[in-house]
Design a protein around this ligand. Structure first.
Ligand code: HAM
Length: 456
């Protein structure tokens, strides 16, 4: 085959979204927008303001905050060399291919796997401890974790989260943060919502409990699976998280943290539960609820919802006093949560809460040069009044235009021909029943306004 022929046959590569990422498309994006609007509204009523941190940060920030040994940091981050330091090294004539490996950890940057670390970094960087405390912030946006993709688990996923930083660690703050998520879910009519809470103690009592747990796990080591056996050494608390059927009866007999909290933690936990009750928030205590991030202490919680299969946690959060300090800031109390927006949307869709796809309000079927000018003006006025309008770019026969209006799910077709324009009476066709009526321009707007107010 000649070179020319080979070139001809070569088809351009068809690109696809990278595994674990996906396009969010209409009409589904309308539901995403509704969810985000509701979050803006509900969170504002609790006095939260929005923060938009960057999508990448120094790798070290996440390693220190989330924990270098956690799955998130040790296996799942998308990490790159920082281009500015790269430029500096390239100028020293080093070989490009080795640069990534040669860079010291401190020079690396990662796509954020979560945003609590970023919010704490921002709190310190902008001296927010000088603002009235506590500072209440929320965020929404994409996060990145290299996990095995499946239903409800993506490599680029979206979180809606909130953090309360500074001030006291009053149990009422824990309860109000939880009340806020539950109010948000309630407003969205999320189905099958189940709130689990726990206290995982503090720097005083948790290490003692972990040692006790480790000792007890050593006694039953032979009966545990390989993962749990490994975790006896690395992080015994994570054994409680195990879903392995064969381990369940063993785990049920292990010592429970609630029985080993220090007095302060026990008092705090009891008060959080009381505060939740005062707010009418229904919860379930789950002593096996340990979270996969290192920064937590005392209150931890998770919320599950209907229709999500094995990835059913739609929100996770907890208290993290000391994290700001760990990141070089002043001693600061902190608590927050993050909602998995993809899962929230999935659950809403599964329970039929997705809004029906919305068609256009008005399709303008115009014919003739005079009508074109009128159609352009009508479209402008109708859009200004808030109607969704489709204005075909080229002239169409009325039959074709009406067919097109139907396909787009338009409610009305505004028919503008030479007659309509010279008479100043426009024809409006209701597509559902085929009825037609003539209106002057101001009457038409009024009529459409009334119809919109009546529509579901
Ligand atoms: P997290 O439990 O790692 O906590 O994530 C919170 C939520 O994000 C999960 O419950 C889940 O709904 C969603 N999520 C996590 N990974 C994925 C994924 N691969 N695909 C889809 N959804 C996912 C945090 O991120 C903490 N920063 C929460 C927090 C804020 N704690 C205190 N403040």
């Amino acid at each position: 085959m000649s070179e020319g022929a080979a070139k001809k046959e070569e088809k351009p590569r068809k690109f696809q979204a990278i595994r674990g990422t996906r396009d969010l498309l209409p009409p589904e994006t309308a539901l995403w927008n509704r969810v985000e609007q509701t979050a803006h509204q509900v969170f504002a009523t609790f006095g939260f303001g929005e923060i938009r941190p960057p999508i990448f940060e120094p790798t070290d920030l996440f390693a220190r905050a989330v924990g270098g040994e956690t799955d998130i940091v040790s296996k799942e981050m998308y990490t790159f060399s920082n281009p500015t330091s790269l430029a500096a090294i390239v100028s020293e004539d080093r070989v490009e291919g080795f640069l990534g490996d040669m860079l010291p950890e401190a020079e690396k940057i990662s796509l954020r796997p979560e945003a609590t670390a970023s919010v704490c970094r921002a709190y310190i960087e902008h001296n927010m401890q000088q603002l009235p405390q506590p500072v209440k912030l929320y965020y929404m946006g994409p996060m990145f974790r290299r996990e095995r993709p499946q239903k409800g688990r993506y490599r680029q996923f979206y979180q809606i989260g909130a953090e309360v930083l500074g001030g006291s660690d009053a149990p009422a703050i824990d309860a109000e943060v939880i009340e806020m998520v539950m109010t948000f879910f309630d407003r969205l009519e999320l189905q099958g919502v189940q709130l689990d809470i726990n206290s995982i103690g503090c720097r005083e009592c948790r290490p003692k409990y972990v040692e006790l747990l480790r000792a007890e796990l050593q006694k039953v080591k032979d009966k545990l699976g390989a993962d749990s056996q490994r975790r006896i050494e690395t992080n015994p608390l994570r054994v409680l998280d195990s879903k392995l059927e064969s381990e369940q009866s063993i785990i049920a007999k292990l010592p429970r943290i609630a029985d080993h909290l220090c007095e302060d933690c026990a008092t705090h936990y009891a008060a959080v539960k009381h505060q939740l009750e005062m707010r009418g928030v229904i919860y379930r205590e789950n002593w096996r609820l340990v979270r996969g991030l290192d920064y937590y202490m005392r209150t931890t919680f998770e919320i599950t919802a209907q229709g999500l299969g094995s990835q059913n946690a739609v929100c996770g959060g907890g208290r993290y006093d000391g994290l700001v300090e760990l990141l070089g800031g002043p001693p600061t109390k902190g608590i927050g949560f993050a909602i998995g927006e993809d899962r929230l949307i999935l659950s809403l869709e599964e329970s039929g809460k997705a809004p029906a796809p919305k068609g256009r309000d008005v399709y303008i079927a115009w014919m003739g040069e005079k009508a074109r000018a009128t159609a352009i003006r009508a479209a402008k006025d109708l859009r200004k009044a808030g109607f969704s309008v489709e204005l075909p770019p080229v002239e169409q026969k009325f039959g074709k235009a009406l067919g097109q209006a139907d396909k787009l799910g338009a409610r009305f077709a505004l028919i503008l021909g030479d007659n309509e324009v010279s008479e100043g009476l426009w024809t409006l066709k209701t597509l559902a029943d085929g009825s037609q009526a003539k209106f002057t321009e101001p009457d038409l707007l009024e009529h459409l306004r009334k119809q919109k107010a009546l529509s579901p």
